[in-house]
Design a protein around this ligand. Structure first.
Ligand SMILES: Nc1nc2c(ncn2[C@@H]2O[C@H](COP(=O)(O)OP(=O)(O)OP(=O)(O)O)[C@@H](O)[C@H]2O)c(=O)[nH]1
Ligand SMILES: [Mg+2]
Ligand SMILES: [Zn+2]
Length: 332
């Protein structure tokens, strides 16, 4: 019996690192039948070329599917492709849903981008929301030291659309890794994913990074509309002051969010409204299937937020073992 961490999965093969050596394993049939599939990042017990058991996870995210992580780095490009704040808000909201703090990395700082863009980013995401921000150029090696510092002693997952430069950033830190990146001449092509699998990469003795394939098709059709405000820090802060507990902050009477709309950036509020529309699809689905979900108990990924009395909320313990199913997230 030995213990190690799954750092890569290729079809039926699981690659395990026990800190000293690497192993290639398969999974016992009994374990395969269980609902929670083994993820990259899982610590497992293995024996004789077979994984026997998954050690309970600290946390996990499902897009991309990785467990036991410390932070999510959302990588965007300042140009090529043009920065979309809606898309950035989507990734931030997703990180919030997973209850893992996001760090924002804006790459391709060497290109010429819209004037005033950095100030805009600073105003919304740094001064108002307090997220850590780093500007980088993987090509010219700018900001790479600051980026590396953010990764120290952590397991970080890189998230962001295809082509923003996630793999290029990892290569910039450690050129020996030589990860596949898109050829420069191909960079205007869309929808081609250069990185195909999630893999935990050791940058040095303590920092690990998970390079992931870009994805851009996340929709918030797995949570209830009245929960979407919890994914926006500045709206979540105001929601308890609303007259109705299930206020959607659209045009309701006594809405504290609407009363404070001047404090919320327009693009943030617009993204909020767009995600609520997507969440309505989930509500319809739940209604159609006759599943009972109480509004007073709001369940989000990696933690439970329970309404204690009236509108008071309190973060409950981190749930350790969860299944995809009762969180309403489709298995991938
Ligand atoms: N000008 C400029 N180009 C960059 C920079 N970083 C990456 N690129 C280019 O952007 C393209 C995409 O880079 P990748 O590192 O493959 O992007 P990715 O995010 O890993 O993409 P997927 O693996 O498909 O998700 C390549 O042509 C890189 O050379 C940068 O800082 N500046
Ligand atoms: Mg890549
Ligand atoms: Zn409201």
């Amino acid at each position: 019996m030995a213990e190690g961490q799954v750092y890569k999965i290729h079809s039926d093969f699981y690659y395990i690192d026990n800190g000293l050596e690497f192993f290639e394993c398969k999974v016992r049939e009994v374990l395969k039948k269980r609902k929670d599939k083994i993820l990259v990042g899982d610590f497992v017990i293995f024996n004789d070329g077979y994984i026997e058991e998954i050690i309970p996870r600290k946390n996990f995210i499902s897009r991309p599917a990785v467990s036991n992580i410390d932070q999510i780095i959302i990588v965007s490009a300042l140009k090529e492709p043009d920065l979309s704040l809606t898309q950035l808000n989507r990734y931030i909201a997703l990180a919030k849903y997973y209850n893992i703090e996001p760090v924002l990395c804006f790459n391709k700082d060497d290109l010429e981008f819209e004037r005033g863009l950095k100030k805009r980013i600073h105003d919304i995401y740094e001064s108002t929301l307090g997220y850590k921000i780093v500007y980088t150029s993987a090509i010219e090696h700018n900001g790479i030291k600051a980026f590396e510092k953010l990764l120290k002693d952590k397991t970080s997952v890189l998230c962001g659309n295809s082509g923003v430069g996630k793999s290029s950033l990892v290569n910039a830190i450690n050129p020996d890794l030589n990860l596949r990146t898109k050829e420069v001449s191909e960079k205007t092509q869309r929808g081609t994913h250069t990185t195909r699998h999630c893999e935990i990469i050791k940058l040095n003795d303590t920092s690990r990074i998970v390079d992931t394939p870009g994805f851009s098709n996340v929709r918030f059709d797995f949570i209830l509309p009245a929960d979407v405000d919890l994914l926006f820090d500045e709206i979540a802060e105001l929601r308890d002051g609303c007259k109705y507990a299930d206020c959607l902050h659209f045009h309701e009477d006594g809405c504290n969010v609407l009363a404070n709309l001047d404090k919320i950036d327009d693009t943030r509020y617009d993204s909020y409204l767009a995600f609520v529309e997507e969440a309505k699809e989930y509500k319809e689905k739940v209604k159609y299937e006759g599943r009972k979900i109480e509004y007073s108990k709001k369940i989000l990924h990696n933690r439970e937020v329970v309404k204690i009395s009236g509108k008071k909320r309190q973060s409950a313990r981190n749930t350790r073992k969860q299944s995809y199913r009762n969180l309403g997230v489709e298995e991938e």
